[in-house]
Design a protein. Structure first.
Length: 107
């Protein structure tokens, strides 16, 4: 069973390294292309705005089963906002794929 613990700790370490590299790589490349950093910032800002819109649309009803599991209204609203955001982003992805294919068909 010791090898399972070693594998888990190795996995945790690799995940941490991956997250650090995922954060640092765009920052390093932005020194050569600062305009790319602005585009990334606009994309992140758009995601944040979409999340707050989704959060505002989410309900905060807490049923007996949810309350029994220890969740409060804030947690329910946050999860609901994340789900609504996922639905919005999925819809945007599908619409953009359809539009791209239709434009290819026209050209």
């Amino acid at each position: 069973m010791d090898w399972i613990n070693i594998a888990l700790y190795t996995t945790y370490g690799l995940i941490i390294v991956g997250v650090i590299l995922a954060i640092l790589a765009p920052l390093v490349s932005s020194f050569s292309n600062p305009a790319g950093l602005v585009k990334s910032g606009v994309g992140i800002l758009a995601l944040v705005v979409l999340f707050f819109v989704s959060y505002a649309l989410a309900g905060d009803e807490v049923t007996g089963l949810i309350r029994a599991r220890g969740f409060d209204a804030e947690t329910v609203k946050t999860v609901g906002g994340a789900l609504i955001l996922m639905y919005i982003l999925f819809g945007i992805a599908v619409v953009s794929i359809v539009i791209t294919e239709l434009l290819k068909l026209v050209r």
